[in-house]
Design a protein. Structure first.
Length: 116
């Protein structure tokens, strides 16, 4: 993973933190959006939707506080899924492979049992 751009490095850090809290299934759409964001062919309006969703998970203030177990991730998950639904048409097989490779690195114990 090349995160030499400081903005992308910050986004990457927030994604990895959220992924570890939310788990492998919730992390996949997040990773797909990250790789769509990095794609130069993605329209700027769709990139803005991705950045908005990723910024929301990084903000310290949420609609439902993260201190409430499970429910605290609900609003962040909703923001991610809304953005993902908008940009999912830009997910290519290459982007899926990148996301799945990253998931195997982050969740090595689950890779064999999940078939990822």
């Amino acid at each position: 993973m090349n995160t030499s751009d400081p903005n992308m490095a910050n986004i990457w850090e927030n994604i990895s933190k959220y992924a570890r809290k939310a788990g492998k299934v919730a992390a996949r759409p997040l990773l797909l959006m990250y790789y769509v964001l990095k794609n130069p062919e993605t329209p700027s309006g769709d990139k803005a939707a991705i950045i908005g969703a990723l910024a929301y998970i990084a903000l310290p203030i949420n609609i439902i506080p993260n201190s409430i177990p499970i429910l605290g991730l609900l609003d962040e998950g909703a923001a991610i899924m809304l953005a993902y639904n908008r940009v999912s048409r830009h997910v290519t097989p290459e982007i899926e492979r990148e996301a799945d490779d990253t998931l195997r690195q982050w969740f090595p114990d689950e890779a064999q049992t999940a078939g990822a």
